[in-house]
Design a protein around this ligand. Sequence first.
Ligand code: PDD
Length: 285
Amino acid sequence: MSDIAYVNGAYTPLVDARISILDRGFLFADGVYEVAAVIDGKLIDNEAHIARLERSLRELRLESPVSMTEIVEIERALVSRNGVQEGMVYLQVTRGAAERDFSFPKGVKATLVGFAQKKNILASPYAEKGVKVVTVPDLRWGRRDIKSVALLAQVLAKQAATEAGCQEAWMVDADGFVTEGSSSTAFIVTKSGAIVTRPNSEAILPGCTRRSVLALAAEAGLTLGERAFTVAEACEAAEAFLTSASNLVLPIVSIDGRALGGGAPGPHAKRLRALYLAFARATAT
Ligand code: PDD
């Protein structure tokens, strides 16, 4: 079966899916996106992803060409038409195609595209062996809370991780505090067992997985600390882990080559992964 994409109202084989080279997503990164996980053929935490998509659109004064209800129908169609049992569904809305001019074009309809990908999320080898992280300066703009398609700094960060034999890069602000991973939220667990992650602000993307994991941690009676932490504090922490739609919860076993918690996944990360997985399956739509 060939992969099926969605482009502006039509389902089409992915290889034939086309947008204009004048699309503002292509020329200016003038667009936003969302990624939701699929497990057992169902969407995970999708209400939160749709709410964040609506917020990203609003913040950029971008009008979706279809309603959020229709967007969810498109997500479901992509999952079923592509036979995805486990993986992710991707959606992108841009300010449409128009003659190249920086200001918003008038009377131009937004572009909406989507596709789905199969991926082993449950049986990730990194759940067992843990993720290695490098730190890099955070080179991004000032509105990281908007899930925009302007991802060049994250591309460079992830490439630095790959070249260092690592799987993720933690981006660090000018004051030495970790903002987040190139495509994930950053957490540490202190020696006294507190789960620490940076509070939501314009400095980070408000992670949907982050939100659910914090709620599950609170329900499990764990101590939470929403505050920024430095790389030095993270290196001295008992544990670290990351969260994202496409990776759920993954333990981190080293930062800049320094082993954490003896270099093996920590108990809190393992427990929170199991709790999140149970929650995800129970609430999947
Ligand atoms: N990335 N921070 C950044 C910079 C991200 O790109 C992501 C997600 C997250 C985690 O957010 P969530 O838990 O809602 O997925 C945090 C997605 C998965 C991606 O770009 O593929």
